[in-house]
Design a protein around this ligand. Structure first.
Ligand code: AMP
Ligand code: MG
Length: 437
């Protein structure tokens, strides 16, 4: 059986990032937050655009004021007042100063700003009471960024700081990668939607809702295909539809022992190559990972009939020139979420065009509670990460840690990891924690 890190390496290696011209769309700056930039951005503006003042004070010529001090101030004639947003009209001559405000353009001839606290004003004269440093309080044109150089690289996520930079650079239309489309379906004869009265023995399909929320949170677009019966023909039809209409497919359920061959056979008959059948992780051992090459995807296109509950946006084009990735997640609600966080989320991030930073981030924490595992598989226990006196502390969720219990997963934000061979982590001992949600 593959280890978690072996499986992770295989999966990330299988992900083809959206990099094709057809995967790029133009969006308005106001709609660009959290999207992935597809082309580098260059500005024709210098930052700052002009030499300007970093203080309210007086623009002067350094050579005029270099010997000023309290007992012997330099007296200068004020020839102009320059508020922010105003173009200076004069060129300072020796013996002259201009009143200037923060952000205002430096007048020609001036090279230094004296802050107003170091001056005294008498009508149109200013007394410089202390010698400044040469060029003090001047922000020089292009000191922060030079026009024509790369402002932002491709493959980054546009968070609020990047949005601010783009706005300042007057970049109002941006090339971003389209959101990856992720088809999701649940399989199981016992499953019903949350809006149906529950008959004895039935189970509500919570995975579809949880996975859709996770997919959206990761920046992708979910395509919900509903509940598919444990029936080879129905499954075959759903998978063929999914691979033709999505970059990545998530099914949950139907991959534990017994169902195994069944799903694998269907995948293979549709042209898939199966890369992973199970991983030494708890919860989550039965995990199938397969790829469908482009020709298999387009075969699916020919026989697509829309499943009853599909929420497809018909106008969004999907290029099928690269492989589709298929994840058969375990049906147990906790297993489905843990395997999503550990394996699927990094894959979606890489697929979405992010150039780096798709790997999960582990934090070193101190465990508040005793953590136990049988040591046979890498074990993930859910709980909360708190920052206490500058140290992260992991608090295991109370109640059962059965993979069938999703109730105590609510209000948690982290998974503590016990490596293979580690059967106990004692209170106060160090533990690696994966932050989720
Ligand atoms: P399976 O992997 O199909 O053997 O399912 C394992 C367990 O998870 C069974 O108890 C299923 O009823 C449950 N299960 C499967 N699919 C879902 C789902 N979509 N939502 C909630 N529970 C599920
Ligand atoms: Mg099942």
């Amino acid at each position: 059986m593959l280890s978690v890190s072996e499986a992770e390496a295989i999966i990330l290696n299988l992900v083809p990032p959206l990099a094709d011209q057809r995967d790029i769309e133009i969006v308005d700056l106001l709609a660009a937050d959290h999207r992935i930039l597809a082309d580098p951005v260059t500005s024709q503006l210098d930052f700052p655009h002009w030499d300007n003042s970093a203080m309210d004070g007086y623009a002067v010529r350094y050579e005029d004021v270099q010997h000023s001090h309290n007992a012997q101030p330099t007296v200068l004639e004020i020839v102009e007042e320059i508020p922010a947003g105003y173009q200076p009209q004069s060129t300072l001559q020796s013996g002259q100063a201009a009143r200037i405000f923060t952000g205002a353009v430096m007048p020609a001839g001036a090279d230094t700003v004296v802050m107003q606290e170091k001056t005294r004003r008498e009508e149109n004269r200013v007394f410089i009471l202390a010698a400044p440093q040469p060029q003090e309080f001047v922000r020089h044109q292009a000191a922060f960024y030079q026009a024509g150089k790369q402002l932002l690289p491709a493959g980054i996520k546009l968070n609020p700081p990047e949005i601010a930079v783009l706005a300042a650079a007057q970049c109002t239309q941006l090339s971003v990668y389209r959101r990856p489309r992720v088809a999701i379906f649940s399989s199981g004869d016992e499953l019903v939607t949350p809006d149906k009265p529950l008959q004895p023995g039935q189970i509500v399909d919570s995975n579809q809702y949880a996975l859709a929320a996770l997919v959206r949170e990761t920046g992708a677009e979910p395509l919900l295909l509903g509940i598919i019966k444990d029936n080879p023909e129905a499954l075959r039809e759903a998978i063929a539809y999914a691979i033709a209409n999505a970059d990545l497919v998530l099914s949950s359920g139907g991959v534990s022992v017994g169902d195994y061959d069944y799903i694998d056979q269907i995948l293979e008959s549709l042209g898939a190559k199966i890369h992973i059948r199970s991983v030494a992780i708890s919860p989550g051992k039965p995990l199938t990972v397969a790829t469908f090459p482009p020709q298999a995807r387009s075969l699916g296109l020919q026989k697509q009939s829309l499943p009853a509950r599909a929420n497809v946006t018909q106008n969004s084009a999907l290029s099928t020139q690269h492989s589709a990735l298929y994840f058969g997640l375990p049906g147990n609600p906790v297993s489905a979420l843990v395997t999503f966080w550990r394996f699927v989320q990094p894959a979606i991030k890489k697929l979405s065009g992010l150039a780096a930073g798709w790997e999960p981030v582990f934090i070193k924490a101190r465990s508040h509670d005793e953590l136990r595992s049988n040591g046979k598989r890498e074990t993930y226990l859910w709980g909360c990460l708190h920052l206490i006196d500058g140290v992260y502390e992991f608090h295991k969720a109370g109640g059962s840690h059965s993979s069938g219990n999703l109730i105590n997963l609510a209000q948690t934000n982290a998974l503590a990891v016990l490596p293979v061979g580690k059967t106990v982590i004692s209170p106060q001992e160090e533990v690696q924690v994966l932050q989720v949600g």
